[in-house]
Design a protein around this ligand. Structure first.
Ligand SMILES: C=C1C[C@]23C[C@H]1CC[C@H]2[C@]1(C)CCC[C@@](C)(C(=O)O)[C@H]1[C@@H]3C(=O)O
Ligand SMILES: O=C(O)CCC(=O)C(=O)O
Ligand SMILES: [Fe+2]
Length: 377
Protein backbone atom coordinates (compact mmCIF):
# COMPACT_ATOMS: atom_id res chain seq x y z
CA UNK A 1 0.00 0.00 0.00
CA UNK A 2 1.38 3.38 -0.91
CA UNK A 3 0.37 6.62 0.80
CA UNK A 4 -1.47 8.43 -1.96
CA UNK A 5 -2.40 12.05 -2.12
CA UNK A 6 -5.65 11.19 -0.50
CA UNK A 7 -9.03 12.48 -1.47
CA UNK A 8 -11.60 13.07 1.18
CA UNK A 9 -14.78 14.90 0.31
CA UNK A 10 -14.77 18.54 1.46
CA UNK A 11 -17.46 17.68 4.00
CA UNK A 12 -15.14 15.14 5.62
CA UNK A 13 -12.25 17.60 5.58
CA UNK A 14 -12.00 18.85 9.14
CA UNK A 15 -9.44 21.58 8.76
CA UNK A 16 -6.68 22.75 6.51
CA UNK A 17 -3.33 21.46 7.81
CA UNK A 18 -1.24 24.18 9.45
CA UNK A 19 1.34 25.40 6.99
CA UNK A 20 4.67 26.92 7.85
CA UNK A 21 4.63 29.58 5.15
CA UNK A 22 6.98 32.41 6.13
CA UNK A 23 5.02 35.40 7.36
CA UNK A 24 6.38 38.77 6.29
CA UNK A 25 9.47 38.56 8.47
CA UNK A 26 12.98 39.43 7.35
CA UNK A 27 13.98 36.32 5.43
CA UNK A 28 16.98 34.40 6.75
CA UNK A 29 19.57 33.68 4.08
CA UNK A 30 21.26 30.30 4.42
CA UNK A 31 24.38 29.82 2.37
CA UNK A 32 24.62 26.04 1.80
CA UNK A 33 28.38 26.15 1.18
CA UNK A 34 28.92 27.69 4.65
CA UNK A 35 26.23 25.69 6.42
CA UNK A 36 28.09 22.40 6.33
CA UNK A 37 31.15 24.00 7.97
CA UNK A 38 29.24 24.41 11.23
CA UNK A 39 29.22 21.57 13.78
CA UNK A 40 25.45 21.95 14.38
CA UNK A 41 22.91 22.59 11.66
CA UNK A 42 20.44 25.45 12.34
CA UNK A 43 17.22 24.34 14.07
CA UNK A 44 15.16 25.38 11.04
CA UNK A 45 16.70 22.42 9.14
CA UNK A 46 15.93 19.85 11.84
CA UNK A 47 12.79 17.87 10.99
CA UNK A 48 10.37 16.40 13.55
CA UNK A 49 11.31 12.93 14.83
CA UNK A 50 8.45 11.27 12.95
CA UNK A 51 9.76 12.66 9.65
CA UNK A 52 13.50 12.15 10.14
CA UNK A 53 15.11 9.72 7.68
CA UNK A 54 15.04 6.05 8.64
CA UNK A 55 18.22 3.96 8.64
CA UNK A 56 18.57 0.77 6.55
CA UNK A 57 15.46 0.93 4.42
CA UNK A 58 14.63 -1.63 1.72
CA UNK A 59 15.12 -0.97 -1.97
CA UNK A 60 11.95 -0.67 -4.05
CA UNK A 61 11.72 -3.15 -6.91
CA UNK A 62 10.72 -0.56 -9.51
CA UNK A 63 8.89 -1.80 -12.62
CA UNK A 64 10.53 -0.67 -15.86
CA UNK A 65 9.52 -0.10 -19.45
CA UNK A 66 11.97 -0.53 -22.34
CA UNK A 67 11.10 1.86 -25.14
CA UNK A 68 13.38 0.10 -27.63
CA UNK A 69 11.65 -3.28 -27.43
CA UNK A 70 9.37 -4.25 -30.29
CA UNK A 71 6.50 -5.12 -27.98
CA UNK A 72 6.79 -1.94 -25.86
CA UNK A 73 3.33 -0.91 -27.07
CA UNK A 74 1.92 -4.17 -25.69
CA UNK A 75 4.06 -4.77 -22.59
CA UNK A 76 4.55 -1.18 -21.43
CA UNK A 77 0.87 -0.25 -20.89
CA UNK A 78 0.47 -3.32 -18.68
CA UNK A 79 3.58 -2.48 -16.63
CA UNK A 80 2.47 1.15 -16.33
CA UNK A 81 -1.05 0.18 -15.25
CA UNK A 82 0.29 -2.13 -12.54
CA UNK A 83 2.81 0.43 -11.26
CA UNK A 84 0.53 3.47 -11.47
CA UNK A 85 -2.48 1.89 -9.79
CA UNK A 86 -0.16 1.06 -6.89
CA UNK A 87 2.57 3.68 -6.30
CA UNK A 88 2.90 5.67 -9.50
CA UNK A 89 6.64 5.08 -10.06
CA UNK A 90 8.36 3.23 -12.93
CA UNK A 91 11.68 3.35 -14.76
CA UNK A 92 12.18 4.07 -18.46
CA UNK A 93 15.21 2.48 -20.10
CA UNK A 94 16.46 2.62 -23.71
CA UNK A 95 14.61 5.92 -23.82
CA UNK A 96 16.51 7.30 -26.80
CA UNK A 97 17.73 10.45 -25.02
CA UNK A 98 21.40 11.11 -25.82
CA UNK A 99 23.72 9.92 -23.02
CA UNK A 100 26.09 12.81 -23.69
CA UNK A 101 23.23 15.31 -23.36
CA UNK A 102 22.26 13.78 -20.00
CA UNK A 103 25.85 13.78 -18.70
CA UNK A 104 26.39 17.36 -19.93
CA UNK A 105 23.21 18.48 -18.16
CA UNK A 106 24.30 16.73 -14.95
CA UNK A 107 27.86 18.11 -15.14
CA UNK A 108 26.84 21.69 -15.99
CA UNK A 109 24.73 21.96 -12.83
CA UNK A 110 28.03 22.58 -11.03
CA UNK A 111 28.68 25.60 -13.27
CA UNK A 112 25.72 27.26 -11.57
CA UNK A 113 25.71 25.79 -8.05
CA UNK A 114 29.49 26.22 -7.53
CA UNK A 115 29.12 29.97 -7.98
CA UNK A 116 29.33 32.23 -4.91
CA UNK A 117 25.87 32.89 -3.41
CA UNK A 118 25.80 36.43 -4.84
CA UNK A 119 26.13 35.00 -8.37
CA UNK A 120 23.30 32.51 -7.81
CA UNK A 121 21.11 35.21 -6.34
CA UNK A 122 21.04 36.93 -9.73
CA UNK A 123 18.42 34.24 -10.46
CA UNK A 124 16.77 34.50 -7.01
CA UNK A 125 13.21 33.11 -7.03
CA UNK A 126 10.74 35.92 -6.38
CA UNK A 127 7.96 35.28 -3.82
CA UNK A 128 5.01 33.51 -5.44
CA UNK A 129 6.95 32.56 -8.57
CA UNK A 130 7.98 29.01 -9.47
CA UNK A 131 11.15 29.90 -11.40
CA UNK A 132 14.56 30.97 -10.19
CA UNK A 133 17.13 30.09 -7.56
CA UNK A 134 15.97 28.98 -4.11
CA UNK A 135 18.42 28.27 -1.32
CA UNK A 136 16.67 26.18 1.30
CA UNK A 137 13.58 28.23 0.63
CA UNK A 138 14.79 31.06 2.81
CA UNK A 139 12.07 33.62 3.03
CA UNK A 140 9.51 31.05 2.05
CA UNK A 141 9.24 28.57 4.92
CA UNK A 142 10.10 29.05 8.57
CA UNK A 143 10.57 25.44 9.69
CA UNK A 144 11.48 22.04 8.23
CA UNK A 145 13.82 23.66 5.70
CA UNK A 146 15.10 21.25 3.04
CA UNK A 147 18.88 20.78 2.82
CA UNK A 148 19.13 21.77 -0.81
CA UNK A 149 19.34 24.56 -3.28
CA UNK A 150 17.40 24.52 -6.50
CA UNK A 151 17.26 26.28 -9.87
CA UNK A 152 13.90 26.06 -11.65
CA UNK A 153 12.95 27.40 -15.06
CA UNK A 154 9.96 27.27 -17.36
CA UNK A 155 9.89 25.23 -20.59
CA UNK A 156 7.09 26.00 -23.05
CA UNK A 157 7.00 24.11 -26.33
CA UNK A 158 4.18 26.04 -27.95
CA UNK A 159 6.29 28.00 -30.45
CA UNK A 160 8.72 25.40 -31.79
CA UNK A 161 11.30 28.01 -32.78
CA UNK A 162 11.46 29.70 -29.37
CA UNK A 163 14.51 29.02 -27.14
CA UNK A 164 12.91 30.18 -23.87
CA UNK A 165 15.28 28.14 -21.68
CA UNK A 166 18.45 29.26 -23.47
CA UNK A 167 17.24 32.87 -23.30
CA UNK A 168 16.45 32.50 -19.58
CA UNK A 169 20.06 31.52 -18.83
CA UNK A 170 21.70 34.28 -20.85
CA UNK A 171 19.17 36.96 -19.83
CA UNK A 172 19.37 36.05 -16.12
CA UNK A 173 22.99 34.95 -15.68
CA UNK A 174 24.80 36.64 -18.57
CA UNK A 175 26.27 35.68 -21.94
CA UNK A 176 28.79 33.36 -20.26
CA UNK A 177 25.83 31.04 -19.53
CA UNK A 178 24.55 30.93 -23.13
CA UNK A 179 26.13 27.52 -23.87
CA UNK A 180 24.84 26.16 -20.55
CA UNK A 181 21.40 27.43 -21.49
CA UNK A 182 21.65 25.68 -24.85
CA UNK A 183 22.29 22.34 -23.14
CA UNK A 184 19.26 22.75 -20.87
CA UNK A 185 17.14 23.92 -23.81
CA UNK A 186 18.08 20.73 -25.67
CA UNK A 187 17.53 18.67 -22.52
CA UNK A 188 14.03 20.11 -21.94
CA UNK A 189 13.11 19.47 -25.57
CA UNK A 190 14.21 15.86 -25.17
CA UNK A 191 12.18 15.59 -21.94
CA UNK A 192 9.08 17.05 -23.58
CA UNK A 193 9.37 14.60 -26.48
CA UNK A 194 9.88 11.64 -24.11
CA UNK A 195 6.90 12.81 -22.00
CA UNK A 196 4.63 12.70 -25.07
CA UNK A 197 5.77 9.13 -25.88
CA UNK A 198 4.98 8.15 -22.28
CA UNK A 199 1.60 9.91 -22.51
CA UNK A 200 0.68 7.67 -25.48
CA UNK A 201 1.41 4.64 -23.28
CA UNK A 202 -0.59 6.23 -20.44
CA UNK A 203 -3.57 6.49 -22.77
CA UNK A 204 -3.26 2.82 -23.74
CA UNK A 205 -2.87 1.88 -20.05
CA UNK A 206 -6.10 3.66 -19.15
CA UNK A 207 -8.01 2.30 -22.12
CA UNK A 208 -8.44 5.62 -23.88
CA UNK A 209 -7.23 6.58 -27.33
CA UNK A 210 -3.40 6.58 -27.41
CA UNK A 211 -3.41 10.12 -28.74
CA UNK A 212 -5.75 11.53 -26.06
CA UNK A 213 -3.19 12.45 -23.38
CA UNK A 214 -0.51 13.06 -26.01
CA UNK A 215 -2.82 15.69 -27.48
CA UNK A 216 -3.63 17.10 -24.03
CA UNK A 217 0.08 17.77 -23.36
CA UNK A 218 1.15 18.43 -26.97
CA UNK A 219 1.57 22.03 -25.94
CA UNK A 220 2.92 22.19 -22.39
CA UNK A 221 4.09 24.83 -19.90
CA UNK A 222 6.48 22.59 -17.98
CA UNK A 223 8.96 23.26 -15.20
CA UNK A 224 12.58 22.05 -15.20
CA UNK A 225 14.16 21.84 -11.77
CA UNK A 226 17.83 21.28 -10.91
CA UNK A 227 18.25 19.97 -7.35
CA UNK A 228 21.62 20.33 -5.62
CA UNK A 229 21.95 18.67 -2.21
CA UNK A 230 25.22 19.65 -0.44
CA UNK A 231 26.73 17.08 1.95
CA UNK A 232 25.37 17.49 5.50
CA UNK A 233 27.26 16.95 8.77
CA UNK A 234 24.13 15.53 10.43
CA UNK A 235 22.12 13.87 7.63
CA UNK A 236 20.05 11.93 10.15
CA UNK A 237 18.40 15.17 11.36
CA UNK A 238 17.26 16.72 8.09
CA UNK A 239 15.81 16.01 4.64
CA UNK A 240 16.93 17.09 1.17
CA UNK A 241 13.32 17.32 -0.04
CA UNK A 242 10.44 16.82 2.32
CA UNK A 243 7.67 14.21 1.93
CA UNK A 244 5.37 15.25 -0.91
CA UNK A 245 3.42 14.28 -3.97
CA UNK A 246 4.33 16.22 -7.10
CA UNK A 247 1.45 18.61 -7.95
CA UNK A 248 2.40 18.48 -11.65
CA UNK A 249 1.30 15.79 -14.14
CA UNK A 250 4.34 13.59 -14.82
CA UNK A 251 7.88 13.82 -13.45
CA UNK A 252 10.89 12.56 -15.38
CA UNK A 253 13.76 12.44 -12.90
CA UNK A 254 17.44 11.76 -13.51
CA UNK A 255 19.46 10.94 -10.39
CA UNK A 256 23.26 11.15 -10.44
CA UNK A 257 25.18 8.25 -8.90
CA UNK A 258 24.32 9.22 -5.29
CA UNK A 259 21.43 7.47 -3.55
CA UNK A 260 18.70 9.65 -2.06
CA UNK A 261 15.24 9.24 -3.61
CA UNK A 262 12.75 7.40 -1.39
CA UNK A 263 9.10 6.43 -2.00
CA UNK A 264 6.54 5.51 0.70
CA UNK A 265 5.17 2.12 -0.43
CA UNK A 266 3.61 -0.70 1.64
CA UNK A 267 3.72 1.47 4.73
CA UNK A 268 7.49 2.04 4.68
CA UNK A 269 10.07 4.25 2.99
CA UNK A 270 11.85 2.43 0.19
CA UNK A 271 14.82 3.71 -1.78
CA UNK A 272 15.11 3.86 -5.57
CA UNK A 273 18.64 2.90 -6.56
CA UNK A 274 20.30 5.44 -8.92
CA UNK A 275 20.70 4.16 -12.47
CA UNK A 276 22.28 6.82 -14.75
CA UNK A 277 20.97 4.98 -17.82
CA UNK A 278 17.34 5.14 -16.61
CA UNK A 279 14.84 7.88 -15.92
CA UNK A 280 12.60 7.56 -12.86
CA UNK A 281 9.06 8.51 -13.91
CA UNK A 282 6.21 9.23 -11.52
CA UNK A 283 2.61 10.32 -11.74
CA UNK A 284 1.80 13.72 -10.25
CA UNK A 285 -1.41 15.05 -8.67
CA UNK A 286 -2.65 16.66 -11.88
CA UNK A 287 -2.47 13.35 -13.78
CA UNK A 288 -4.11 11.57 -10.84
CA UNK A 289 -7.01 14.04 -11.30
CA UNK A 290 -7.00 13.47 -15.09
CA UNK A 291 -7.35 9.72 -14.45
CA UNK A 292 -10.11 10.39 -11.88
CA UNK A 293 -7.94 8.77 -9.23
CA UNK A 294 -7.23 5.51 -11.11
CA UNK A 295 -3.48 6.30 -11.33
CA UNK A 296 -1.83 7.34 -8.07
CA UNK A 297 0.38 10.31 -7.25
CA UNK A 298 2.60 9.07 -4.46
CA UNK A 299 4.47 10.25 -1.41
CA UNK A 300 8.22 10.54 -1.92
CA UNK A 301 11.17 12.48 -0.52
CA UNK A 302 14.95 12.84 -0.83
CA UNK A 303 17.57 12.28 1.88
CA UNK A 304 21.12 13.63 2.09
CA UNK A 305 24.44 12.18 3.28
CA UNK A 306 27.64 13.22 5.03
CA UNK A 307 30.13 12.35 2.30
CA UNK A 308 29.05 13.73 -1.04
CA UNK A 309 26.81 16.23 -2.76
CA UNK A 310 23.87 14.78 -4.67
CA UNK A 311 22.32 16.19 -7.83
CA UNK A 312 19.01 15.37 -9.52
CA UNK A 313 17.23 16.85 -12.54
CA UNK A 314 13.42 16.82 -12.46
CA UNK A 315 11.32 17.67 -15.54
CA UNK A 316 7.75 18.39 -14.37
CA UNK A 317 5.36 17.98 -17.29
CA UNK A 318 2.51 20.49 -16.89
CA UNK A 319 -0.37 21.25 -19.28
CA UNK A 320 -0.82 24.67 -20.82
CA UNK A 321 -1.78 26.89 -17.92
CA UNK A 322 -5.35 27.62 -18.99
CA UNK A 323 -6.27 24.07 -20.10
CA UNK A 324 -9.14 22.65 -18.03
CA UNK A 325 -8.07 19.52 -16.14
CA UNK A 326 -10.92 16.99 -16.20
CA UNK A 327 -10.93 13.26 -16.93
CA UNK A 328 -11.90 12.14 -20.47
CA UNK A 329 -15.44 10.84 -20.94
CA UNK A 330 -14.05 7.34 -21.72
CA UNK A 331 -12.92 7.21 -18.08
CA UNK A 332 -15.86 9.00 -16.48
CA UNK A 333 -18.49 6.83 -18.13
CA UNK A 334 -16.99 3.76 -16.39
CA UNK A 335 -17.01 5.43 -12.94
CA UNK A 336 -19.80 6.60 -10.68
CA UNK A 337 -18.24 9.70 -9.10
CA UNK A 338 -15.92 12.57 -10.00
CA UNK A 339 -13.07 12.63 -7.48
CA UNK A 340 -11.83 16.15 -8.09
CA UNK A 341 -13.28 19.44 -9.35
CA UNK A 342 -12.38 20.90 -12.73
CA UNK A 343 -9.32 23.14 -12.40
CA UNK A 344 -6.49 24.66 -14.44
CA UNK A 345 -2.78 24.12 -13.85
CA UNK A 346 -2.44 27.87 -13.50
CA UNK A 347 -4.73 27.76 -10.42
CA UNK A 348 -2.97 24.72 -8.93
CA UNK A 349 0.52 26.14 -9.48
CA UNK A 350 -0.49 29.42 -7.87
CA UNK A 351 -1.92 27.47 -4.91
CA UNK A 352 1.45 25.72 -4.36
CA UNK A 353 3.50 28.86 -4.83
CA UNK A 354 1.44 31.32 -2.80
CA UNK A 355 -0.79 29.44 -0.37
CA UNK A 356 0.35 25.91 0.34
CA UNK A 357 3.60 23.95 0.71
CA UNK A 358 3.18 20.79 -1.33
CA UNK A 359 2.96 17.73 0.90
CA UNK A 360 0.88 14.51 0.97
CA UNK A 361 -2.42 16.41 1.08
CA UNK A 362 -1.85 19.01 -1.64
CA UNK A 363 -4.51 17.81 -4.10
CA UNK A 364 -7.03 17.24 -1.32
CA UNK A 365 -6.43 20.73 0.13
CA UNK A 366 -6.43 22.33 -3.32
CA UNK A 367 -9.73 20.62 -4.24
CA UNK A 368 -11.21 21.94 -1.00
CA UNK A 369 -9.89 25.42 -1.79
CA UNK A 370 -11.38 25.35 -5.30
CA UNK A 371 -14.78 24.23 -4.03
CA UNK A 372 -14.96 26.55 -1.04
CA UNK A 373 -13.63 29.52 -2.99
CA UNK A 374 -16.02 28.67 -5.82
CA UNK A 375 -13.27 29.45 -8.34
CA UNK A 376 -15.04 29.76 -11.68
CA UNK A 377 -13.33 27.76 -14.41
C1 LIG B 1 4.88 22.39 -8.89
C2 LIG B 1 5.94 22.19 -8.12
C3 LIG B 1 6.10 22.70 -6.73
C4 LIG B 1 7.42 21.99 -6.28
C5 LIG B 1 8.20 21.90 -7.57
C6 LIG B 1 7.15 21.39 -8.54
C7 LIG B 1 6.87 19.91 -8.25
C8 LIG B 1 7.31 19.48 -6.85
C9 LIG B 1 7.07 20.57 -5.78
C10 LIG B 1 7.92 20.40 -4.50
C11 LIG B 1 9.35 19.91 -4.85
C12 LIG B 1 7.30 19.44 -3.48
C13 LIG B 1 8.02 19.52 -2.13
C14 LIG B 1 7.98 20.95 -1.58
C15 LIG B 1 8.58 22.00 -2.56
C16 LIG B 1 8.33 23.39 -1.96
C17 LIG B 1 10.10 21.81 -2.64
O1 LIG B 1 10.70 21.19 -1.75
O2 LIG B 1 10.71 22.30 -3.62
C18 LIG B 1 7.84 21.84 -3.92
C19 LIG B 1 8.19 22.70 -5.14
C20 LIG B 1 7.84 24.18 -4.98
O3 LIG B 1 6.74 24.52 -4.48
O4 LIG B 1 8.72 25.00 -5.35
O1 LIG C 1 15.92 14.70 -5.76
C1 LIG C 1 15.13 13.73 -5.84
O2 LIG C 1 15.52 12.56 -6.00
C2 LIG C 1 13.63 13.98 -5.75
C3 LIG C 1 13.26 15.43 -5.86
C4 LIG C 1 11.76 15.61 -5.95
O3 LIG C 1 10.96 14.76 -5.57
C5 LIG C 1 11.23 16.85 -6.53
O4 LIG C 1 12.04 17.77 -6.83
O5 LIG C 1 9.96 16.90 -6.68
FE1 LIG D 1 8.91 15.20 -6.19
Amino acid sequence: MAILCTTTSPAEKEHEPKQDLEKDQTPLIFNPSLLNLQSQIPNQFIWPDEEKPSIDIPELNVPFIDLSSQDSTLEAPRVIAEACTKHGFFLVVNHGVSESLISDAQRLMERFFDMPLAGKQKAQRKPGESCGYASSFTGRFSTKLPWKETLSFQFSNENSGSRTVQDYFSDTLGQEFEQVGKVYQDYCEAMSSLSLKIMELMGLSLGVNRDYFRGFFQENDSIMRLNHYPPCQTPELTLGTGPHCDPSSLTILHQDHVNGLQVFVDNQWQSIRPNPKAFVVNIGDTFMALSNGIFKSCLHRAVVNRESARKSMAFFLCPKKDKVVKPPSDILEKMTTRKYPDFTWSMFLEFTQKHYRADVNTLDSFSNWVITNKNPI
